[in-house]
Ligand binder design. Structure first.
Ligand SMILES: Cc1cc2nc3c(=O)[nH]c(=O)nc-3n(C[C@H](O)[C@H](O)[C@H](O)COP(=O)(O)O)c2cc1C
Length: 357
C-alpha cells in the first residue's frame, strides 16, 4: 500500500519515509544510512556555509547512489535592534556565569537565509530533493532547482500555508503538526495560527490541496506511520526518532534527556533562536518564559545562545542546551538508522495488515 507509492516514486525511494532534516543533528552518515535502508535521508543545511554544504553533499554521495534531501531555512533578514540585543545579553549573563563563561558576545546574524551561494552549490551537486522551512525562496530559485529535476518540498503548519505552497508549484507539502520537534515551520504569522495537531492538520490539508501530503510531528513507530497513511498522507517525515541513532550528531547529554523523556515534557520556546521551536523543558526554557519581548529577531539569538549551549554540553548539564524533541520523544529508540528504518517498515506493514483484517 505504501511501498513504491506515487510519492516514493517521486522522491526516488522505496518507501515514502523521510528521515527529517535537522540542522545541527543530521550528518552525511545518517542521511546515507537512511537512504540506503529504503527511506529518504536528509541533511539540515540551514546553518552551513556553502563550502560545508558542498563537502556534506559529496560525503553523502560517497556513501550512497540513492536520493537524498538538502534542507534550508527561508527567513527575513532580521532588522537591527541594539536595544533588544542588549536586553537579551543581560538576560543571559547569569547563565554564562553559571557555566563558567566570561562574557556574553556581541549579537550578530549567525547565518543567512537560503540564497544564491547555496543555490549555486545545489546546482552543481544536484541533490534529488530540496526542502524548505519557513516558506519558499523566489520563483527564479525554484525554477533553477526544477531545471535539473529537483523535487521540491516545504513545511506548512495550517491549511492556508499549504495552499500558498501549492500555488507556488511545490511537489509535496509537509504537514507539520504541533507535536513536532524543532522549529515550527510557520511562515504566515502570527505563530499562534500554526498550532494544529498532526491528527487534525493532515486530513484538512489533504482535502484542501491536490499535491501529495507528508505528515510530520509525533510519529515514532509503525502505528504513527499507519495512522498518517490512514489520514490521507502519502508519506511521513520523522525527526526526533532518529536523534538517538549513533549516526546522529546528538550530544551525550541530549541523548540522556531523550532516553528519559516523557509524554508531557516538551515546551515551545523562542528563547534559543528567536522563533518558536519545541524541545524538552529545561532550566533555560523556564527562565526565558514570558521574556519574548526581549529577544531579537530570528536568527540573532543563536549568536548569543550558541556559546552557552556548547558550554552546557561540555559541563555535562542539560540546563542550557536546546533539547529539540517532539511530543513522542519518549518513543525514540537507540539503534542504527538502517535498523530503525527496517523496524519502522516492519511495524507499519504489520499494522496495515492487522487493520486490513
Ligand atoms: C533536532 C531537530 C532539528 C530540526 N531541524 C530542522 C531543520 O533544520 N529543518 C527543518 O525543515 N525541520 C527541522 N526540524 C523539524 C522536522 O523537519 C520535523 O518537522 C519534525 O522533526 C517532525 O516531528 P518529530 O520530531 O516529532 O518527528 C527539526 C526537528 C528536530 C527534532
Amino acid at each position: 500500500m505504501w511501498e513504491n507509492n506515487g510519492l516514493a516514486k517521486r522522491l526516488g525511494t522505496q518507501y515514502p519515509l523521510i528521515q527529517a532534516p535537522m540542522a545541527g543533528s543530521t550528518t552525511p552518515e545518517l542521511a546515507a544510512a537512511s537512504t540506503n535502508a529504503g527511506g529518504l535521508g536528509s541533511l539540515g543545511a540551514a546553518t552551513m556555509t556553502p563550502e560545508q554544504l558542498r563537502l556534506d553533499c559529496q560525503a553523502v554521495r560517497a556513501r550512497t547512489n540513492g536520493s537524498y534531501n538538502i534542507n534550508f531555512f527561508v527567513h527575513e533578514e532580521p532588522p537591527l535592534d541594539p536595544a533588544k540585543d542588549q536586553a537579551m545579553r543581560q538576560l543571559l549573563a547569569p547563565m554564562y556565569e553559571a557555566v563558567g563563561l566570561e562574557s556574553v558576545p556581541e549579537a550578530r546574524v549567525p547565518f543567512p537565509s537560503f540564497g544564491d551561494a547555496h543555490l549555486q552549490v545545489l546546482l552543481s551537486e544536484r541533490p534529488s530533493v530540496v526542502s524548505f522551512h519557513f516558506g519558499l525562496p523566489d520563483d527564479e530559485a525554484l525554477q533553477a532547482l526544477r531545471s535539473y529535476g529537483a523535487v521540491l518540498l516545504c513545511s506548512a503548519t495550517n491549511v492556508a500555508e499549504a495552499k500558498v505552497l501549492e500555488a507556488r508549484g511545490i511537489d509535496a507539502v509537509i504537514a507539520q503538526g504541533f507535536e513536532a520537534g524543532g522549529h515550527r515551520g510557520t511562515f504566515a504569522e502570527p505563530y499562534e495560527r500554526g498550532q494544529v495537531g498532526t491528527m487534525a492538520l493532515v486530513p484538512q490539508i489533504v482535502d484542501a490541496i491536490n499535491v501529495p501530503v507528508i505528515a510530520a510531528g509525533g510519529i515514532a513507530d509503525g502505528r504513527g506511520i499507519a495512522a498518517a497513511l490512514a489520514l490521507g498522507a502519502q508519506g511521513v517525515q520523522i525527526g526526533t526518532a532518529f536523534l538517538r541513532c549513533p549516526e546522529s550528531a546528538t550530544h551525550a547529554v541530549y541523548r540522556d534527556a531523550l532516553a528519559n523523556a516523557s509524554d508531557d515534557g516538551t515546551r515551545v520556546t523562542s528563547g534559543f533562536s528567536g522563533r518558536p521551536a519545541r524541545g524538552i523543558e529545561n532550566r533555560f526554557i523556564r527562565e526565558m518564559q514570558g521574556r519574548e519581548d526581549q529577544f531579537p529577531a530570528f536568527p540573532i539569538p543563536n549568536s548569543l545562545t550558541g556559546p552557552l549551549r556548547a558550554a552546557s554540553a561540555k559541563h555535562g548539564t542539560p540546563d542550557y542546551i536546546s533539547l529539540w524533541s517532539g511530543q513522542a520523544g519518549a518513543m525514540s529508540r537507540e539503534m542504527p538508522a538502517a535498523d530503525l528504518i527496517a523496524t519502522l517498515i516492519r511495524e507499519t506493514d504489520a499494522v496495515l495488515k492487522r487493520l486490513a483484517g
